[in-house]
Design a protein around this ligand. Structure first.
Ligand code: EPZ
Length: 417
């Protein structure tokens, strides 16, 4: 297991380049099995969630290799419809392989992906959507078995705008018979990216990124070469790092339109932010509290930035109410922040944060991906020495995290323990 050793308290200066979006790449990998022609995904981050998904494709019979930072996938010989259970459990979002595997093979089998670090993570909307498309589903012995003679388009209403369910239904319907309409679809930009990718393959999809997505089934999809959108959560993480540490940084290869809710919040607390094309420039000195941070489906404040924002609120002047509306247990970082001197009270999905002047160093443990990033930012901004252990969570979603922070002037290094 690895840990970070961090000597905090220094402002951040310089530039940081953002990776391709984890939550865009994962559905693109699932989509790659919908064609037996070559798929190339440029700037593919080698984070463990992506590497696990690539392993799943390999076990289904796809051939994959990296050519520098381009991932090349050839699914011509894909033959298995069974998504390996160990990997499916490791990577919850593999559940949206169901749609593409059913489309390719007419059937799919996956171990029931249980809950995870941040909540119950039900998949009822995924299964309900697939059933609407004429998929027969049986659940026994902890496995989900799907079969379908002919995927048939349908008018599907999602009870809540689930990102994964929206993606799963798109993947299942791109080669179905007739039209599919997804109502109350998730509007996250990663869905528009999946639409662009699939349309380049020959799909006929419109409305991706809005609450109504229309898919006209086509016979065949061809190969594609694609560069995924930049990771809006990584970009937001570094903007929050700058707000916490002070100094001036430029975030490159970022799309500010995808994190408007965060940029507004940071301006509210007196950060100076300017945007020029794909660069976001931020300078911060003092920090007023954001008062209220309430996570919502896109375009509301993203749940994936709640933990870093809680860390920022803990050293902002004044009090902040943090409300986590998306997931049941997404405050694992709070007890660890309290060990660093934060003053936070959690009741259910609400955290009340009283800002303190500064945090002090401590030995803390990452409990999940975004909480681990939040603890790292807290340690980089705190006075004194900290360690952050169980970095496997962070490595799921951030490539070269410590190198990027070091490049901005943080004193952080990774050691094996
Ligand atoms: C995606 O997860 C992201 N993961 C998550 O990012 C992100 O936090 C989440 O969307 C919300 O934006 C990927 O894209 C790989 P949901 P997903 O289905 O699709 C409920 C990260 O840190 N729900 O939109 O699993 C669910 O309980 C990760 O990068 C059902 O009730 O999220 C939750 O309350 C963490 N039934 C809400 O919807 C279902 O069938 C949103 O979940 C599905 C979801």
């Amino acid at each position: 297991m690895d840990k970070f050793i961090i000597e905090g308290g220094r402002p951040l200066y310089g530039e940081v380049e953002i990776q391709a979006a984890k939550n865009a790449v994962l559905p693109l990998l699932a989509a790659s099995i919908l064609t037996d022609e070559r798929v190339m995904i440029h700037k593919c981050p080698r984070i463990s969630d992506v590497l696990n998904m690539i392993q799943i494709l390999n076990e289904l019979g796809c051939k994959t290799h990296f050519d520098q930072d381009t991932l090349v996938i050839d699914s011509a010989d894909a033959a298995s419809h069974e998504i390996p259970s160990a990997l499916a459990k490791e990577l919850r979002s593999s559940v949206f392989m169901l749609g593409s595997v059913i489309s390719r093979f007419g059937r799919a089998r996956i171990a029931y992906p249980g809950g995870c670090d941040i909540g119950l993570r039900p998949i009822d909307l995924h299964l309900k959507g697939l059933k609407s498309l004429n998929v027969k589903i049986s659940e026994e012995g902890g496995y989900i078995n799907c079969s379908c003679d002919r995927l048939t388009g349908a008018d599907v209403l999602l009870d809540c705008p689930s990102v994964g369910a929206t993606e799963n239904i798109i993947l299942a319907s791109v080669k179905a018979k007739g039209f599919t309409v997804i109502r109350n679809a998730a509007k996250e930009p990663e869905i528009a990216d999946l639409q662009n990718f699939l349309n380049k393959m020959g799909a006929k999809i419109a409305g991706g990124g809005t609450s109504t997505v229309v898919i006209r089934g086509v016979e065949k999809l061809g190969g594609v070469e694609y560069t995924p959108m930049p990771d809006r959560i990584e970009a937001g993480t570094f903007l929050i790092a700058s707000a916490m540490c002070g100094g001036e940084i430029t975030v490159k290869n970022a799309d500010a339109n995808n994190i408007v809710s965060l940029i507004h919040k940071l301006r509210e607390i007196s950060c100076k932010i300017t945007v020029k094309n794909d660069k976001i420039y931020i300078a911060s000195k003092e920090r007023r509290s954001p008062k209220l941070v309430e996570t919502m489906p896109y375009p509301g404040f993203p749940t994936d930035l709640q933990a870093p924002m809680t860390a920022l609120a803990s050293i902002s002047e004044g009090s902040t109410l943090i409300v986590e509306n998306l997931f049941e247990t997404r405050f694992k970082h709070v007890p660890e922040l309290i060990r660093m001197g934060a003053d936070i009270t959690v009741r259910g999905r609400t955290a009340f944060v009283r800002g303190v002047k500064r945090l002090h160093g401590a030995d803390v443990v990452a409990g999940d991906l975004r909480g681990g990033a939040a603890l790292t930012l807290a340690a980089v901004s705190a006075d004194g020495l900290s360690t952050v252990t169980d970095l496997s969570h962070i490595d799921r979603g951030y490539s070269d995290f410590e190198y990027k922070l070091s490049g901005l002037g943080a004193k952080i290094r990774r050691v094996r323990i």
